[in-house]
Write a protein that binds this ligand. Structure first.
Ligand code: ANZ
Ligand code: ZN
Length: 821
């Protein structure tokens, strides 16, 4: 008798699947379409345990929908531009493409072994010219629409990677990639105008509610940071040889205007230098130096003692004409709001801390019933009524806010304003291994986009090794022949833009490319996009909650506005899988607790590893590899497989004559699995499958016997359901059962509802020894459930008539006797 050998079945089936093309969607409209996508991998070495988990999850969904009869698009590609390839090239005197494509091949082989059910003919790499041609094409469209522009401003700079970073890539003041403290540098950089879409990015989250994890939506909402308030214009008096000028502040509390006792501009904003009198200039310059080293987080920390310098100027409060000293401080950020604030120490703790440090006045304008902030040192921020505010006195806060705005509008000194925390997306990078920005700079014509028929602008050849080392300017600049070109407009001498795009640009539209990856007339075929988009189920880590997912939403909206795409959201539902830990901690080199995926696969087999990933916990939760048992999974798989060896009936037997109890369990399991899969409770489905396999084994050995049709029915259902988690074993089981390949297309078993009805009996309920009710209950009802059902009976309650209960005697399933007080 043959024994279960994962190695043998891993060899046997891939070719069969390939030949049958079971993972290639028909794409002919004959069946309803569904698009399942895992966040595409970055080719950093071979696959790791995290990939194994995430891709196992995505594959369950893809395989489930296939079994349900959908035409499923499940593609794979690589996010293959980026810094690690470049760093490896510098170190090994090589070209980034060497490292990149070698790693891609390694990962592709591992993915094939791992048997993810993807259509390999749709494979894409973002570093291929056929792909980045369209990234450039999209950039050009954004440029034409005014959504890509260049500006000079202070930007986040990573001193280690020697490149700028988007705000989204600065985490707690450090470079998201290498952890180095980020500094600011004034540079001329390219931006995408994502702020123009802030409202829609926020509003359309309504459509995603219930389909995306709550916390991802909350993080995006917070990142976009919509604040309703007002702009208020203050006159700054002429002083120290400086002329009068107007400065606007953003405030969410226009009702507190009368409580403003000083005025603050961000010390690092150009405005501070502009306002400061000669006398105070040196102090400001010194102070600015000390501010440079601080991250935004540190600047806003409530733990730090407030710092700042007086500018020598005064602002005039438009409400009451009071003169407010103008300070420059670091707790006001240059790139939020207008970079200037009216300080209301009584009702804003940051302002109060500053006032205390520099001995500035505190004036309460809202009576909240709490202690005077000037005394307590605690700003009052709650509800209350206005005081010390002239005509606004007596109004509750909620009414005072619009009233104050109306006054400002009448005066012409301010108006309602909605401010966003979201900044434009800084997309240019001073690195080599990325998509070149398709712009030519001409002395006569300025910025000229490279004409579409000259795309792609491919990376210059010949640069490798040391030539790629970061120098603060792009390595592309050293490729003289590549840089110097004729202007497409006037044919005069011109230079190519030498920056490359942030790799998040590449990944902001790859899911659209997959619908027609070989299309040559555009980034994707609009017809195909109409058929497939949006992605039905997207799977990936929560670390992308803001960056990638926000950018992808933005790109989708712009492409929608261009008329190329019907969908205006890219991902209908989102599943964030948990992490794979070892010993309760994330796997890392420094902890030395890494688990090698290849070794696990060699030891336990692909199916056992996949099944373990799924069975260990709900998909959203972390899996601790120290707590799981891949050998237990392997044993279960062998057990399931052996059913196929023992069953003696032929395919196509009439199940209806089979053992009713086993049939009921089979149909109940399918019905439950269906519901559980629709709700991403994959681990519970595995548990149910284990029960069904055990019951089937029992039926063979000590019950109905190996020839009973119910046993075949159960085993076939096991094979189909198991194909979602353990594709090799399921296919081999299907084969042992005498069925033709492939189980992938077997179709989800139909549930016979009549088999779901459990056997029932009549239970008698007595009160004080007299029969008061009869209940139809399941034959296998528990004592507890029966007791509960009896006490809930209307008839019983009527006879108890409010009297307490002394004892309840339960003899399940037939009798309940209630003795009242
Ligand atoms: C006066 C005031 C009184 C304020 C009060 C608050 C409470 P959000 O909700 O985050 O939008 N602010 C404005 N620009 C700032 C900047 N660049 N750096 C630091 N703080 C800034 O916060 C808006 C509030 O934060 C604004 O409203 C302003 O202080 C401050 F009782 O104005 B408020
Ligand atoms: Zn020109």
């Amino acid at each position: 008798e043959a024994v279960y050998s994962f190695a043998a079945i891993e060899q046997k089936w891939p070719k069969v699947w390939d030949d049958l093309g079971v993972f290639t969607p028909a794409d002919d409209g004959s069946r309803e379409r569904r698009y399942v996508l895992d966040m595409f991998p970055y080719p950093s070495g071979d696959l790791h345990m995290g990939h194994a988990e995430a891709f196992a999850m995505g594959d369950v969904v893809a395989r489930y929908w296939r079994q349900r009869g959908y035409d499923v698009l499940h593609p794979i590609g690589w996010d293959s531009f980026g810094l690690p390839a470049e760093n490896a090239a510098i170190k090994n005197n090589a070209h980034p493409s060497d490292w990149t494509y070698r790693n891609i091949e390694t990962q592709a082989e591992s993915f094939k072994r791992y048997a993810i059910s993807v259509d390999w003919s749709r494979r894409i790499h973002t570093s291929d010219p056929e792909y980045y041609r369209w990234t450039q094409w999209l950039f050009t469209r954004f440029y034409e629409r005014g959504l890509a522009y260049r500006k000079n401003s202070p930007v986040n700079w990573c001193p280690k990677d020697q490149t700028v970073l988007a705000n989204e890539q600065v985490v707690n003041g450090a470079c998201e990639r290498c952890g180095t403290q980020v500094t600011k540098k004034s540079l001329n950089q390219w931006y995408f105008k994502i702020t123009e879409y802030a409202d829609r990015l926020l509003d359309d989250m309504e459509q995603l509610k219930g389909h995306w994890p709550e916390r991802v939506l909350a993080m995006q909402k917070n990142w976009i940071g919509r604040s309703e308030g007002a702009h208020v214009r203050f006159n700054i008096e002429a002083d120290g040889g400086k002329p009068a000028e107007q400065v606007t502040v953003f405030t969410t509390r226009p009702d507190t205007l009368a409580g403003a006792t000083f005025f603050v501009v961000a010390a690092d904003a150009p405005l501070a230098l502009d306002l400061v009198t000669d006398e105070n200039r040196n102090a400001l310059l010194d102070y600015r130096e000390s501010v440079k080293a601080l991250s935004d987080i540190e600047r806003q920390s409530t733990e730090r003692v407030k710092t700042g310098v007086f500018t020598g100027r005064y602002a005039v409060n438009p409400l009451n004409g009071e003169k407010l000293p103008v300070w420059a401080a670091d707790y006001v950020l240059a790139d939020y709001g207008t970079g200037a604030i009216m300080a209301v120490p009584a009702h804003d703790q940051r302002d109060l801390d500053f006032a205390k440090t520099f001995d500035l006045p505190v004036k309460a304008v809202l009576d909240t019933g709490e202690e005077d902030p000037a005394v307590s040192g605690v700003a009052t921020t709650g509800e209350g009524t206005l005081i010390n505010s002239g005509t606004l006195d007596g109004l509750p806060k909620a009414e005072a806010i619009p009233a104050a705005v109306r006054m400002l509008e009448e005066q012409g000194t301010g108006e309602k304003f909605v401010n966003f925390r979201l900044r434009d997306w800084l997309l240019s990078r001073q690195r080599f291994w990325g998509t070149p920005i398709p712009i030519i700079h001409c002395e006569n014509c300025g910025e000229v986009p490279v004409p579409d028929d000259q795309l792609p602008v491919t990376l210059p050849t010949g640069l490798r090794g040391e030539a790629l080392a970061p120098k603060g300017t792009s390595p592309l600049a050293s490729a003289e022949e590549w840089v110097n070109v004729a202007c497409p407009k006037c044919d005069g001498p011109a230079r190519r833009d030498t920056d490359t795009m942030d790799t998040f640009v590449d990944s902001s539209w790859y899911f659209m490319r997959f619908v027609s990856p070989h299309f040559t007339d555009g980034p994707f075929d609009p017809e195909a996009a109409k058929n497939w988009m949006p992605v039905g189920q997207y799977v990936g880590g929560v670390e992308h909650a803001i960056l990638h997912l926000l950018y992808a939403r933005f790109f989708t909206k712009v492409v929608h506005d261009m008329g190329l795409l019907e969908a205006s959201e890219p991902f209908g539902s989102l599943l964030n899988q948990g992490q794979v830990l070892n010993g309760g901690k994330a796997m890392s080199k420094s902890l030395g607790n890494g688990v090698d995926l290849g070794q696990q696969l060699d030891k336990y087999g692909v199916d056992a590893v996949r099944l373990t990933m799924i069975f260990a916990s709900p998909p959203e939760d972390d899996v601790d590899w120290a707590d799981v048992s891949p050998s237990g999974s392997a044993k279960f798989l062998a057990r399931a497989w052996r059913l196929g060896q023992d069953i003696t009936s032929e395919p196509g037997v009439d199940y209806s004559t089979g053992d009713r109890k086993l049939r009921a369990l089979t149909h109940r399991t399918v019905a439950d699995a269906t519901e559980l899969l629709e709700n991403n409770k994959f681990n519970v489905v595995v548990a149910k499958l284990m029960e069904l396999v055990n019951a089937t084994r029992k039926a063979i050995d000590s019950g109905a016997g190996a020839a009973d049709p119910a046993v075949r029915e159960a085993a076939e259902a096991v094979a189909v359901m198991l194909s979602l988690f353990a594709p090799y074993t399921a296919e081999d089981l299907w084969n042992l059962l005498g069925r033709d390949a492939s189980v992938v297309n077997a179709g989800w078993p139909a549930v016979d509802k009549t088999l779901l009805v459990q056997d029932t009996v009549t239970a008698v309920v007595q009160v004080q020894g007299k029969v008061r009710d009869r209940l139809e209950v399941a034959a296998d009802i528990s004592e507890e459930d029966l007791r509960e059902a009896a006490l809930a009976s209307d008839a019983v309650q009527r006879f108890l008539d409010g009297r307490g209960i002394r004892t309840v005697i339960v003899r399940a399933p037939k009798l309940v006797n209630i003795v009242s007080a």
